[in-house]
Design a binder for this molecule. Structure first.
Ligand code: HEC
Ligand code: HEC
Length: 245
């Protein structure tokens, strides 16, 4: 008796699952029919308009991102990013980090973290104050498409130490290899692990110090790692990373 009622429950479940799959199939099908119907009727529309909209995922607008990056928007008090971060995100000095080719999800997260204060930097907190989530998505989508900006290591005396930390960590202190998360070439691993290769050494070292001192508290993983590094180790690994490609 119990067995047969369980079996009928199972059959019911299976039936509703089947019905659900059919509905999904049917809506997917009709959506694709609509999309292809719409395309010839709207020859002037941008190519993005032909793509079906994924619910909950904002559409990204690269051109709007580029415009905001390059010109700002005086009407909303948005300052042009290009003034500090350079044309195409290739900044000219270590005061301002390079942003080109950085993973979009990481860049968007940083902009949100400046806004919510978990990354406390007075300059950037002002810059993001009037950016919307959509602005952040657009700018990040523009930046990841820009060519990576390469650099060179400057300090011959520390390059070996830097390389050994990056590739192998420091076993005695429980420091993991940076390469494990940021990849052997420094290109990072989307979406979580940022690109570090080619970045200005002074900027990277300042970030490691900010993680250690708690002004940047938007990554528990990096705080734990930075707490175990001496100033000299931070500088050595940052200089090595600047030349990484
Ligand atoms: C007045 C100079 C200035 C302007 C203008 C500026 N920034 Fe910045 N930006 C900085 C500085 C300085 C930092 C480093 C902050 C820190 O040390 O945490 C930074 C950091 C960043 C970071 C973090 C990079 C990383 O690798 O984690 C992002 C992303 C960023 N800025 C995006 C923007 C965007 C987008 C705009 C335009 C809306 C902008 N910035 C305008 C000075 C500026
Ligand atoms: C377990 C994974 C992991 C390991 C290992 C790791 N990192 Fe990170 N690192 C991260 C994550 C995640 C972030 C992004 C944090 C955030 O979201 O702001 C990050 C961010 C950074 C940043 C900031 C980049 C920027 O543009 O501001 C630096 C610098 C950095 N890591 C250096 C290192 C160094 C040096 C090592 C090795 C000693 C290392 N990391 C090892 C996960 C890791």
């Amino acid at each position: 008796m119990r067995q047969s009622s369980q079996i009928s429950k199972l059959t019911n479940l299976r039936a509703s699952f089947l019905a659900l799959s059919l509905t999904v199939l049917a809506t997917g099908f009709s959506a694709s029919v609509f999309a292809s119907d719409a395309a010839p009727g709207a020859p002037m529309a941008s190519p993005a308009a032909a793509k079906p909209v994924v619910p909950g995922k904002p559409k990204t607008d690269l051109a709007a991102g580029e415009a905001l990056y390059s010109n700002g928007d005086a009407s909303r008090g948005v300052v042009a990013c290009v003034g500090c971060h350079g044309a195409n995100g290739k900044s000219a000095s270590a005061t301002w980090p390079k942003l080109s080719a950085q993973h979009a999800a990481y860049t968007t997260k940083q902009l949100k973290n400046f806004k919510d204060g978990s990354r406390a930097n007075p300059v950037m907190m002002g810059m993001v104050a009037s950016l919307t989530d959509q602005d952040m998505t657009n700018i990040s989508a523009y930046l990841v498409k820009q060519e990576v900006s390469l650099g060179v290591a400057q300090n011959k005396d520390t390059i070996e130490l830097g390389q050994s930390i990056y590739r192998g960590g420091i076993a005695a202190k429980g420091v993991p290899a940076c390469a494990a998360c940021h990849s052997p070439t420094g290109a990072g691993i989307p979406a979580q692990y940022p690109r570090l290769g080619g970045q200005w050494a002074d900027y990277s070292a300042a970030q490691l110090m900010a993680f250690r001192e708690g002004t940047r508290k938007n990554s528990a993983q990096m705080t734990i790692i930075a707490t175990k590094l001496s100033d000299q180790e931070m500088k050595a690994v940052s200089d090595y990373m600047a030349g990484l490609r």
